[in-house]
Design a protein around this ligand. Structure first.
Ligand code: ASP
Length: 418
């Protein structure tokens, strides 16, 4: 048995240190490389690119097959109940994350008392504006192959849910063929996933080195952190730690009735991968693999995690809310209570609409800023520290999904092995 299996519930003999130790070593070595050899990262960048490409390569067939298996396997039975519970869990935990962010930013006040004036230079940022209505109508794809080619996950989920539901209305023999086909695709992709997982420490070494190297070569970003943005970063990290270190584990303890910290250790590989790659989508194959290792069935793990990787973003929602209030404080703009409620609601929507890819949260931030009339150049200010904030928020996004999967599985009577 390989080290990659160590966190998945396998009990065989293992060669070398556990995978999460190898990944941590990769992160540390990558950081050292990035700090001391920032101009040499170009020589190792291709390794990280290959790793991320490999992970992203399997995401669409994985989401398509796992959603189909989950929906077709449950349609007519407990599908409605499972989807209802999953979406309710996503909504409530995301809302809690936003409220934590709101509370922290109001207490810490990272932007208050700084003399920032509008420069009126928001041209580039305004161009990134995203319309919520387009996002919603885009869920029904006019061309499913275009959606797949663009990596547009929500329409793919919608299409596969539809196929899954209607497959149960087919003649039994056709239904069985389809279910067998998608199960075979899913198993195949999982085999590929296992092979890619073994390369995670090397891939992450390169991703980390390039990321740190880029920051070291950008003195503006570093100065920005020192000059006041530091408190903002602390607020985001504190929010992620409170939600991910206390609230979600508490929820897992009560609802899934397992030791939450043992669960966290068991899923440390997807968590570390999310932290470093800053992509919920790229982490999805690992999340599914390791959640199955906790005893969750293939059907439930696939369905809840595939949905969650796009729809459930606790960290992103928290980040949107903290950013909006921080920028309001920075420019001395007093937001009324109803404007603050608007920030909470649009942060939630922006998180649902964000793709599970790097920087998605920044693009969606314009939705929140527009809703309460905040200057879009504020997004540019946040950009200076976007990277340091993206790591914990993506990790929290993925952790929220991982917790949801075990909670839903337990509520459906599955036996967890954590
Ligand atoms: N990078 C995040 C994710 O993949 C999304 C974001 O930008 O907040 O979950």
């Amino acid at each position: 048995m390989s080290a990659a299996d160590s966190g998945t519930g396998g009990k065989g003999r293992r060669r070398g240190p556990a995978l999460h130790w190898q990944i941590l070593t990769g992160i540390a070595l990558g950081a050292v490389y990035g700090i001391f050899l920032p101009h040499w990262t170009q020589y190792i960048e291709w390794i990280g690119d290959l790793f991320l490409n490999a992970l992203n390569m399997i995401v669409i067939p994985l989401i398509a097959s796992s959603i189909f298996i989950g929906v077709a396997g449950m349609a007519g039975g407990n599908l409605g109940r499972v989807l209802g519970k999953t979406l309710t869990y996503y909504l409530l935990t995301t809302l809690t994350a936003v409220v934590i962010g709101l509370g922290l930013v109001s207490i810490i006040k990272p932007g208050t008392g700084r003399d920032v004036v509008l420069s009126g230079n928001a041209g580039d940022i305004a161009a990134q504006d995203v319309h919520m209505i387009d996002q919603l109508t885009g869920i029904v794809p006019s061309n499913i192959f275009a959606a797949m080619a663009d990596g547009n996950i929500l329409p793919i989920i919608f299409f596969m849910v539809l196929l899954g539901i209607f497959s149960t209305k087919l003649e039994k023999k056709h239904y069985t063929v389809l279910l067998d086909f998608f199960t075979a695709v899913y198993e195949l992709i999982m085999k590929v996933t296992m092979a890619i997982i073994k390369l995670t420490p090397i891939g992450i070494f390169s991703v980390m080195a390039c990321m740190i190297g880029a920051q070291a070569g950008d003195p503006d970003a570093l100065t920005g952190i020192v000059k006041g943005l530091g408190l903002f970063v602390i607020t985001v990290w504190a929010g992620c730690l409170i939600h991910g270190g206390l609230i979600l584990p508490g929820t897992v303890r009560v609802l899934a009735r397992i030791n939450p910290y043992r669960h966290m250790r068991r899923v440390s590989t997807p968590l570390l991968t999310a932290f470093t790659t800053c992509s919920s989508n790229a982490t999805l194959p690992l999340s599914i693999r390791y959640t199955q290792g906790c005893g969750v069935s293939e059907k439930l793990a696939g369905l809840t995690l595939s949905l969650g990787s796009t729809v459930n973003m606790n960290g992103t929602a928290l980040f949107e809310c903290v950013s909006a209030l921080f920028i309001a404080q920075l420019y001395g703009i007093d937001l009324t209570v109803s404007q603050q409620i608007t920030v909470v609601l649009t942060s939630l929507l922006a998180a649902v609409g964000s793709a599970g890819i790097p920087m998605a949260g920044i693009v969606m931030m314009t939705v929140v800023f527009n809703a309460v009339g905040l200057p879009l150049e504020g997004v540019g200010i946040i950009l200076a520290v976007q990277q340091v904030c993206e790591m914990p928020r993506t990790c929290l996004n993925v952790y929220g999904d991982l917790c949801g999967a075990v909670i839903i599985a337990r509520s459906e009577g599955e036996k967890l092995t954590v």
